[in-house]
Design a protein around this ligand. Structure first.
Ligand SMILES: NC(=O)c1ccc[n+]([C@@H]2O[C@H](COP(=O)([O-])OP(=O)(O)OC[C@H]3O[C@@H](n4cnc5c(N)ncnc54)[C@H](OP(=O)(O)O)[C@@H]3O)[C@@H](O)[C@H]2O)c1
Length: 252
């Protein structure tokens, strides 16, 4: 798919990787970008609200009827970037109830599913286009200290593969991005090397241009996949040991 002159919709576009996608799309010659975010009036937008190639839209990706209304009000979208994501910062059993895990599934799995369902007809009508799902290394390796986040990204990864098969006939590409460690608010608690949000956006747009189904966007994601391939059992034992250390350190 050509990025040049395309019209794109990016969710969670106000900051982090979503904002980087908006910038990268325009740099690559996209004609127009719908920047969907929960609060387009926020004063900490990381995109230029005055750029006339950008239309800000209000969207909470857990609101299925709002997604339907947005899709009905547009008609020219050719590239959908499912970027909005949520990490509750708790484990499956330490959370007081199931609410955190449910919200992670709502934002990280059902959101992209409802968006893909709502926009698939116009992607097809506009030449096929593409869907980009911003996933995580936690979608290829279960990460116990990330609670319901990892299961939600696993589900979204499987969704991407199924959608690729379902949408193949109408010529819609579907791309799963395996993101490792990126310097955004979501990863503010993470230590060690973090790459820029722009790195992910560039890797994502390259996947679209070259029609690569799944891409590891940064060094951390590459390393996780390599370690998993070498010895999946070792990785699982290391994760469990890490969780034990954290429990000791935090007294949980
Ligand atoms: N940073 C990393 O190291 C890393 C690693 C792997 C994967 N990822 C993935 O990358 C994507 C972008 O995250 P980020 O790193 O850029 O983190 P971020 O800066 O925290 O951005 C998260 C974005 O998701 C939006 N969002 C959360 N819940 C939403 C909802 N219900 N409806 C609409 N938007 C919602 C946030 O909007 P508000 O501003 O309104 O909260 C924000 O725009 C996510 O899918 C995340 O899982 C990130």
């Amino acid at each position: 798919m050509n990025i040049e002159n395309c019209t794109a919709l990016v969710t969670g576009a106000n900051r982090g990787i979503g904002a980087a996608f908006v910038v990268a799309l325009l740099e690559a010659g996209a004609k127009h970008v719908y920047a969907a975010c929960r609060d387009p009036k926020a004063d900490d937008l990381e995109i230029d609200a005055n750029d006339e190639r950008i239309t800000l839209c209000t969207l909470d990706v857990t609101d299925e009827s709002a997604i339907g209304e947005l899709a009905a009000s547009l008609g020219d979208v050719q590239l959908l970037v499912n970027n909005a994501g949520y990490f509750a910062g708790t484990t499956l059993l330490q959370a007081p109830d199931g609410q955190a895990a449910r919200q992670e599934m709502d934002v990280n799995y059902f959101g992209p599913l409802f968006l893909s369902r709502a926009f698939a007809p116009q992607l097809g009508a506009n030449g096929g286009g593409a869907i980009v799902n911003v996933l995580s290394a936690a979608a290829i390796v279960p990460v116990p200290n990330m609670g319901g986040y990892s299961p939600s990204k696993f589900a979204a990864r499987a969704m991407g593969v199924s959608l690729r098969a379902e949408l193949g006939e109408q010529g819609t590409q579907v791309h799963n991005l395996i993101v490792g460690s990126i310097d955004t608010r979501m990863a503010s608690h993470v230590e060690g090397k973090k790459e820029s949000p722009a790195t992910v956006a560039r890797a994502g747009l390259r996947a679209v241009r070259k029609n690569i189904p799944e891409v590891d966007t940064d060094d951390f994601a590459v390393a996780v996949r390599a370690a998993q391939a070498r010895d999946p059992g070792l990785q699982e034992r290391q994760m469990a040991a890490m969780l034990k250390m954290e429990s000791l350190n935090t007294g949980r």
